[in-house]
Design a protein around this ligand. Structure first.
Ligand SMILES: [Zn+2]
Length: 165
């Protein structure tokens, strides 16, 4: 089941279309589209064909590989430095909307926090729906999130403006 992609084939400073990626790695172009939905960054969400920087592709596949080996709880992210699943330390979580939708009722968001062990930045893609589910079963998480939500809207704007440039 676990497929090993030859990351050495990917040039980090090269830009690839989904079709080129599928040919390069020997996967179906639908698989690449799935990666995009799953968080693979493209250069410009509004321009077709989508272009993916080699660097982003490598990073995405490495994370995917690591994440597969490390099952994450809903409130955990993979820490690249610790090479393990880690919770964010209290009060450092930020929720950033990416502007992408996942199906009909969910929006893609990034949860970012500082690793509780090493302080490194950890993050993962998820959906606002999953976060709501998390809030319902874990009231403590909800409280932490609330305080963040108040200032996360300004952070969201910064993020969006950054994207537009
Ligand atoms: Zn860490």
């Amino acid at each position: 089941m676990s497929k090993k992609y030859q990351l050495s084939k990917i040039k980090s400073s090269h830009y690839y279309t989904f079709l080129e990626i599928s040919e390069l790695l020997g996967v179906h172009v639908r698989t690449v589209q799935g990666w995009h939905k799953d968080g693979l960054n493209v250069l410009d969400e509004n321009r077709r064909p989508f272009l993916v920087e080699g660097k982003s592709l490598i990073e995405y596949l490495k994370r995917k590989r690591a994440a597969r080996r490390t099952p994450l709880q809903p409130d955990e992210s993979y820490c690249v430095k610790c090479k393990a699943a880690r919770k964010g330390s209290a009060g450092t979580q930020e929720i950033i909307t990416t502007g992408k939708t996942l199906g009909e009722n969910a929006k893609q968001v990034i949860i970012r926090a500082k690793c509780e062990k090493c302080g490194c930045s950890i993050w993962k893609y998820t959906s606002d729906r999953k976060i709501k589910m998390l809030e319902n079963c874990n009231p403590k998480y909800k409280e932490e999130d609330k305080s963040l939500n108040e200032n996360s809207s300004s952070k969201l704007r910064v993020y969006q403006n950054k994207k537009k440039q």
